[in-house]
Design a binder for this molecule. Structure first.
Ligand code: ADP
Length: 191
């Protein structure tokens, strides 16, 4: 299997690039943010819980997120691989993902980390708010909070994959097509 962690701060372009990667490599796209938003829309218990955290720009607790991720993975029989988008966001999630994949006799192939500077992220998120309808994109204070949570809790996850020699940084500035080509090149040199 080809299992990719697509990593990067909020607004780095993970969702956009995931769509291209799943098409080229025939992978399942698993976005924890999308799953939470679908649950909010469906007014499930998980959705109600997740909403309070998401609206404040905070992370949904690890135990809830990890359980949800496991059940999403289990929905697919015999996949060619997964793109994990928005997961893992903490070291505890990365550890749980490794253990879970190993119980399925597979593992993460590589982490591709989209790098975009902070000012550009803020501009992109506010622009996305005009079309996404996402409350967490529209409020500059929530954007600040998401970026600071990313820097404190999520950025350290890079070291987890660096230690396994699976980490590849990708310049996330440029045209969408250029960035896609950089991602394809990184994957093709690894597989
Ligand atoms: P972005 O990457 O643009 O912030 P996402 O759609 O990936 O957007 O995530 C939106 C929100 O969903 C996050 O701010 C967080 O509250 C919640 N979330 C998504 N993934 C996770 C995760 N792995 N762990 C905890 N919370 C998460």
């Amino acid at each position: 299997m080809l299992n990719i962690v697509l990593f990067g701060p909020p607004g780095a372009g993970k969702g956009t690039q995931s769509e291209r990667l799943i098409e080229k490599y025939n992978l399942v796209h698993l976005s924890t943010g999308d799953v939470f938003r679908a649950n909010i829309k469906g007014e499930t218990e998980l959705g109600k819980l997740a909403k309070s955290y998401m609206d404040a720009g905070q992370l949904v607790p690890d135990a809830v997120t990890i359980d949800m991720l496991r059940s999403e993975v289990a929905k697919h029989s015999d996949p060619k691989g997964f793109i994990f988008d928005g997961f893992p966001r903490t070291n505890a999630q990365a550890q749980a993902l490794d253990e879970f994949l190993s119980s399925l006799n597979t593992s993460i192939s590589l982490m591709l980390a989209l790098e975009v500077e902070e000012q550009e992220l803020k501009t992109r998120l506010l622009k996305r708010a005009e079309v996404s309808g996402r409350a967490d994109d529209a409020d500059p204070a929530v954007i600040e909070k998401r970026i600071s949570v990313y820097n404190q809790e999520t950025a350290p996850v890079k070291a987890f994959y660096q230690a396994q020699e699976k980490f590849v940084a990708i310049d996330g500035i440029g045209s969408i097509d250029d960035i896609t080509q950089r991602l394809f090149a990184a994957i093709d040199t690894t597989i």
